[in-house]
Design a protein around this ligand. Structure first.
Ligand SMILES: Nc1nc2c(ncn2[C@@H]2O[C@H](COP(=O)(O)OP(=O)(O)OP(=O)(O)O)[C@@H](O)[C@H]2O)c(=O)[nH]1
Ligand SMILES: [Mg+2]
Length: 279
């Protein structure tokens, strides 16, 4: 579903920015979208995190299917990565993250360097980095001033004694190819103008069907009946008034509406990528 260039030119600047930000960071918290843990990860950046403590958050867990999130956690454990689910909706997630951070902070305090635990959130666009930072800011005790080694204008937020967070997240450009473009478009990680959203919307409908979850679509669009994805797409356009002329649907508007409803949480929980089967 190629449609022009994504993120042209900015990649190397983003990488050198991230490399700069990573100086002085003890813990990198990588946000993945729990619905697309494969496509929301860009392996290109992994070597930048080497030598740093690394925690994966399967974010927006409230939108993913619980059993699949569990399976993903098992997967990360198997490959030796620390991972936990997260959502801003749900105190239990926040408590679990804080318990983890407190443990790490204790390690810093009793360790050789005896300095605050410094953290950075990283992740692809729209994965929820700013939301998470804001959550921490609300809990913050103080905003500390600039420190040498950090790009001017950025600040450390002291979220509790011994714990500091860089106030600007590291933005990772998504890895876009045949496999990842649709899932990334569906969760809103690629601007709509840069992808074929009709293709992405049709793919989304077929995911609901394949997973036996048509009822989730029917809750929002009651007139839908089982059938080819194209037919369902057409029905959504007609029933939601995304019309061009003479009863023909405006496919672009229909696709945008479907993606908006998915991203807005109106189409239930759906995990779009499952743990790869061994072998
Ligand atoms: N359902 C759900 N939505 C969330 C959660 N966290 C963030 N969001 C939503 O995800 C969208 C993107 O969140 P941001 O925090 O702006 O994402 P970001 O990673 O800072 O995005 P960029 O600044 O574009 O890179 C917003 O609409 C948030 O409300 C979550 O835990 N669950
Ligand atoms: Mg942001």
């Amino acid at each position: 579903m190629s449609k022009g260039q994504w993120y042209p030119g900015n990649m190397s600047r983003a990488v050198s920015q991230l490399r700069e930000d990573l100086k002085g960071i003890d813990l990198v918290i990588e946000l993945l979208d729990a619905r697309i843990p494969i496509s929301s990860r860009n392996p290109t950046f992994s070597n930048l995190f080497e030598g740093k403590k690394h925690l994966v958050l399967l974010h927006k867990a409230d939108r993913a299917e619980k059993e699949h999130t569990e399976a993903w956690l098992g997967y990360f454990k198997d490959v030796g990565a620390e991972a936990m689910p997260f959502s801003v909706q749900g105190k239990q997630y926040q408590n679990r993250l804080f318990t983890y951070l407190k443990k790490e902070e204790g390690r810093m305090r009793s360790g050789r360097f005896k300095r605050p635990l410094r953290m950075l959130f990283v992740g692809i666009p729209n994965v929820g980095k700013s939301t998470l930072i804001n959550l921490f800011v609300r809990k913050a005790v103080t905003r500390t001033g600039n420190r040498p080694g950090i790009t001017r204008g950025k600040q450390w937020i002291r979220i509790m004694p011994g714990m500091e967070l860089l106030d600007t997240p590291g933005i990772l450009s998504p890895k876009i190819n045949e496999e990842t473009a649709r899932p990334l478009a569906v969760v809103g990680a690629i601007p709509a103008g840069q992808v074929d959203i009709q293709d992405a919307a049709l793919w989304l409908i077929s995911r609901y069907q394949e997973k036996g979850k048509l009822h989730l679509l029917q809750k929002k669009y009651p007139e839908l009946e089982p059938g080819p994805a194209e037919e369902l797409f057409e029905k959504v356009g007609l029933s939601q008034g995304c019309l061009q002329s003479e009863g023909r649907i405006d496919a672009e508007r229909t696709a945008a509406l479907l993606l908006r409803d998915f991203q807005g949480g109106f189409l239930g929980r759906l995990t779009l990528e499952q743990v790869p089967r061994p072998g």
